[in-house]
Ligand binder design. Sequence first.
Ligand code: KPL
Length: 309
Amino acid sequence: MTRETHWIVGPGALGRLIALRLAGRVPVRLVGRHRLPGRQTLVTPEGDILVQALAISRIDALPPETPAVVHLTTKAHGAEAAHATLAARLPAGVPLVLWQNGFACQPRLTARHHGPVLCATTTEGAHVQGDDRVTHAGHGHTYLGALEGRHAQLAGALARTLADAGLPAEAVTDIRVRLWRKLAVNAAINPLVARFMIRNGQLRDRPFRPMVERLIAEVAAILEAEGVAPPGGDGLEGWQQMVWQVVEATASNRASMLQDVRAGRLTEHEAILAPLQDAASRHRLPAPGLDGHLQALRRRAAGLAEPPA
Ligand code: KPL
């Protein structure tokens, strides 16, 4: 039995990127619902091709080993079901790192998991190309920390492991604020680009610009009531600047929610919009724009064949 292996549960683009980057440094096991080829290829942002043999397991057929850490890299809506399957066979004390968007599974799994829980937010860009290849499209930065600010040593050690493997990372004590800020950006951009099937940069033009501004205003009021400091400490202007900077920087991108819609997959609307809606109703704040998008994306999800795994 080894306690060195990093399990990466959720072999999407981010999961495979982390697995392939870590693989040269620490033992790695990539875990998914389906069988994947054991030889995986990483195309780096510089165009280099790295081929690695990875230990791959199905989540319902895990070997009798205790991992050093479990990185949960499923989509937000798959995280709690994957954790429930793992929890049945993990001893207490194994650290869990949550890499999901939004702010839904993070507080729930922090309360439920029998061991330290860290949350991660990253700007690493990656996309899969078939079952055996992932492209690391652009370098980014990862922040890691526990919601209650604990486990600083663990966060520091994991950040070093990731950074040594080529994924720059930093341990922080304000991950809650960072998760909400990323959620704010996703809430202002993703539902619009997904519903109108446009690239991020098109949000700068009519008729979309006022729609973005309206969503930012709703999000800013909710997060102020929730005690989440605006970026730069500048109230509504800080939130506006942050969102428009991301729109500029990702102008030619198709956001993740649009990619999900185009591929006929479930979107992450529950993880991104529902926590804002909950907070709005707790603080008795109107959020008609966000509500409208959440309802529309729920109607779409209800019509999908894919089970909400
Ligand atoms: O994170 C993103 C996403 O695609 O989900 C944004 C920031 C919107 C960039 O496209």
